[in-house]
Design a protein around this ligand. Structure first.
Ligand code: PMP
Length: 411
């Protein structure tokens, strides 16, 4: 006898992908119905922050996170080009080894200026910022109290740190307080909130929530990914707008939205904050972003500090689109426009996909969002506005929604 595995003795292989069969079937059924694949769109050419050639068509972009339209800002592009020429294409190393270049330092200085805070640490993405900061702050034996509709990166940060996770009902101040009351005396507590929730575009009652968290001795982290740049007097986000930014211990943000590049960050006034650079694994064990991205980001952040006019125009766009869609008879995620995201609620995935495709054929791209990304099993067409959308474009968009909605039978 040898222990060589032969064809006769080999065990039946267990296909580790078999658990995804229901997802494969749903997708195949959708495509078999002749619908264009909503999760495989290609931008063949990008003409501006608000227009691209998608699948061969000239398309208005209403499903990007390019809120402030910084992707084509000439200064942002020029800074990136110069840094690439002077410092090369990439860093080839971690921030704690060879990956800290002049512009990594500069972008962290720009963040400290933008938020008027003492410390700023940049990560490779916003996802990694949440993963790293949450898992490093709250470990075994600590408690994380979080809104049940929190972003995947927040949940993944909780799982990585192995803290006890205590979710509470979305945006429910009383539910937060009830959960906090039940946590054992003396335990480490981190309350994690978002400024704007990206699926429905609604804003958190941070004023009350931060007060309650502090009254119970918890530290507070707020993810301001979808509010940086245009909510609050200086564009610092919902915590600034509601007057509680000084009571928030950690703000998480991303460069992939209003800043118009890629990267993530955390800013804080905590005197021991810098130690995180030594102990936070998603900061230490990954390559630093390219210098061109850092230089573009620093330029964009400093320009956003003077973006008052753009902010005002973005709010005007949000109000016009919200009212227009409501008047047409669409069901929206919020009663009033609260952010640059307007969620149009679809009756089901099939109708949602048909509507998404009808809009694409009209020349409009929006996000089709469905579970598990969406709350309560909803299918949404998420519209995210840009400060560079013109008033005429918003009217054109409304016309497209009207024609597509009538053709599909939603309005
Ligand atoms: N937090 C929130 C609330 C988000 O919506 C996102 C991305 N959509 C992220 C974090 C992750 O940001 P990034 O794209 O930089 O990874």
């Amino acid at each position: 006898m040898t222990d060589t595995v032969t064809a006769e003795t080999a065990a039946e292989p267990v296909d580790l992908l078999a658990k995804f069969d229901p997802i494969i079937q749903t997708r195949e059924a959708l495509l078999a119905a002749g619908v264009e694949d909503p999760f495989n769109l290609v931008m063949e050419q990008v003409l501006s922050p608000t227009r691209a050639i998608c699948n061969g068509r000239d398309t208005i972009l209403l499903g990007t996170y390019n809120y402030m339209g910084m992707t084509f800002d000439p200064d942002v592009i020029a800074a990136g080009k110069t840094a690439m020429e002077d410092f090369g294409a990439g860093t080839t190393g971690s921030r704690v080894l060879n990956g800290t270049f002049r512009d990594h330092r500069d972008v962290e200085a720009a963040l400290r200026e933008f938020y008027a805070m003492d410390h700023a640490v940049v990560f490779s993405t916003g996802y990694q910022a949440n993963l790293g900061i949450i898992s490093t702050l709250a470990g075994k034996g600590d408690y994380i109290i979080l809104d049940i509709d929190s972003h995947a990166s927040i949940y993944d940060g909780c799982a990585m740190g192995r803290a006890e996770v205590v979710p509470f009902k979305h945006n429910d101040v009383e539910a937060l307080e009830k959960r906090l009351k039940r946590i054992p005396e003396g335990a480490g507590k981190l309350v994690v909130l978002e400024g704007v929730y990206s699926m429905m575009g609604d804003v958190a009652p941070l004023k009350e929530m931060v007060r309650i968290a502090k009254a119970h001795g918890a530290m507070v982290l707020v993810d301001e990914a979808h509010s940086m740049g245009f909510i609050g007097e200086h564009g610092r986000g919902v915590a600034e707008d509601q007057g509680v930014i000084d009571d928030v211990d950690f703000i998480i943000g991303t460069f992939s939205k209003s800043v118009g590049t890629v990267g993530g960050f955390c800013v804080s006034n905590h005197p021991k904050f810098e130690v995180l650079r030594l102990v936070c694994r998603p900061y230490v064990f990954t390559a630093a972003l390219p210098p061109s991205v850092m230089a573009s980001s620093a330029t964009s952040i400093r320009k956003l500090m003077h973006g008052g006019n753009k902010r005002a125009h973005l709010w005007e766009n949000s109000r016009t689109l919200h009212k227009g869609l409501r008047d047409l008879g669409f069901k929206l995620g919020t009663e009033t426009p609260q952010s640059a995201i307007i969620a149009v609620i679809m009756p089901d995935l099939e109708k949602g996909a048909m509507m998404w495709e009808a809009l694409l054929k009209e020349g409009l791209y929006v996000n089709l969002a469905r579970p598990p990304a969406t709350p309560a099993g909803m299918t949404l067409l998420r519209c995210s506005l840009c400060a560079e959308h013109s008033a005429e474009q918003v009217q054109t968009i409304l016309g497209m929604f009207e024609r597509a909605g009538k053709a599909i039978g939603i309005i």
